[in-house]
Design a binder for this molecule. Structure first.
Ligand SMILES: [Zn+2]
Length: 352
């Protein structure tokens, strides 16, 4: 028999699930700030896994991933416990802003939080002690910052075997290895022996169905790998590249201010020397056109969406690929193209 899941003021017994509105702070009016939490406690023993989203209040894709896992999936034979936190930064979510509107604090630099500290750290502390600390592992969902987009990828400290197992189980094509900044949920939970990965997917302020479906496949694969859902299986993404700290990767930055004509999108494969974008002034004067080329052959993991830059603003996040990965990716792209050509012929233009 599984254990009861307990948090400050409540418990969820084995075989039960609960939708909880848990108070983590108070507003200027003295009303509670409550975060939604769904705890699904299986009858059978197994790991406790958290799925969290919207630590940044305008990053919406993960909210839908967590909601669908919590409320649309069948967990009748769950081994272990799921702790689902679809909206952690409630004040930011209400304002549709990245940060906590209170002094623009970043909730995702405030973990694990502390009692008697700043408002952000107190909120982080409430979330962390009640719903993260009891877990064995976790997945925290993010999107790119407003005005940019990224392809679905995992960020994880691949030097730790337990984290690497989780990262691989999520079955993304791209894993970027690193510890992550101090104060992020991923960094702090991992330091605290709760292996945690971040999933980056798409852009803020949107639900992007294809990315959400891809992430749901990742969650199903993680639940299979760790034995929570024993009838599903671990998914292999077709190709995978793990970008280490010393591998080729760079944020290409604008050296001129202006209006950007981006030639390639999220997930595009670009050749060394290929033009990624041009930057022009309002008059489109030939002599002032700045051309930005790829410094090496690689994959565009993140890219500007809002087409305006000051010098120094990021244009795109380019990561280098090994020749094996390049071959696998090119093979996949060729089959995908022919498949989508067939579909287009049958259904007209693709809709996302
Ligand atoms: Zn984020």
């Amino acid at each position: 028999m599984n254990d009861a899941f307990t948090y400050n003021g409540g418990r969820v017994d084995p075989g039960e699930s609960a939708n909880i509105r848990y108070g983590i702070s108070e507003t200027y009016l003295g009303d509670p700030v409550r975060i939604p939490v769904t705890v699904i406690n299986g009858e059978r023993p197994g790991p406790t896994v958290f799925l969290s989203a919207a630590a940044h209040g305008d990053e919406l894709n993960g909210i839908e991933v967590v909601r669908e896992v919590a409320h649309d999936w069948d967990h009748s034979v769950l081994h272990g416990t799921l702790v689902c936190l679809p909206v952690m930064n409630v004040p930011g979510f209400l304002a549709q802003e990245r940060y906590l509107p209170i002094y623009d604090r970043d909730l995702n630099r405030s973990f694990p939080g502390r009692e008697g500290s700043t408002s952000a750290r107190r909120m982080a502390n409430q979330i962390y002690t009640n719903f993260i600390e009891p877990c064995d592992l976790g997945v925290d969902f993010h999107t790119s910052t407003r005005g940019r987009t990224n392809m679905l990828h995992v960020r994880a400290n691949m030097e730790r075997d337990d984290v690497a197992r989780l990262a691989r189980a999520f079955s993304s094509n791209v894993i970027i290895s690193g510890e992550g900044p101090a104060g992020t949920l991923r960094h702090e939970a991992t330091e605290n022996e709760i292996p945690t990965i971040t999933v980056e997917m798409g852009e803020a302020h949107r639900f992007q169905r294809r990315l959400i479906d891809r992430a749901l496949t990742g969650v199903a694969s993680v639940l299979a790998e760790f034995g929570l859902h024993r009838d599903s299986s671990v998914h292999w993404p077709g190709w995978r590249t793990v970008i280490d700290t010393d591998d080729e990767k760079t944020w290409l930055r604008a050296d001129a201010g202006g209006i950007v004509d981006m030639k390639r999108g999220r997930g595009a494969l670009v050749e060394a020397g290929e033009v990624i974008c041009t930057i022009t002034n309002p008059f489109k004067e030939e002599e002032d056109i700045v051309t930005v080329e790829a410094p090496f052959t690689g994959l565009i993991v993140g890219v500007l969406e809002n087409p305006v830059v000051y010098p120094g603003n990021p244009l795109c996040h380019l990561v280098g690929l090994s020749s094996d990965t390049l071959t696998a990716l090119e093979r996949e792209r060729t089959t995908e193209t022919s498949r989508s050509d067939l579909r287009r012929k049958a259904n007209g233009p693709d809709r996302e």
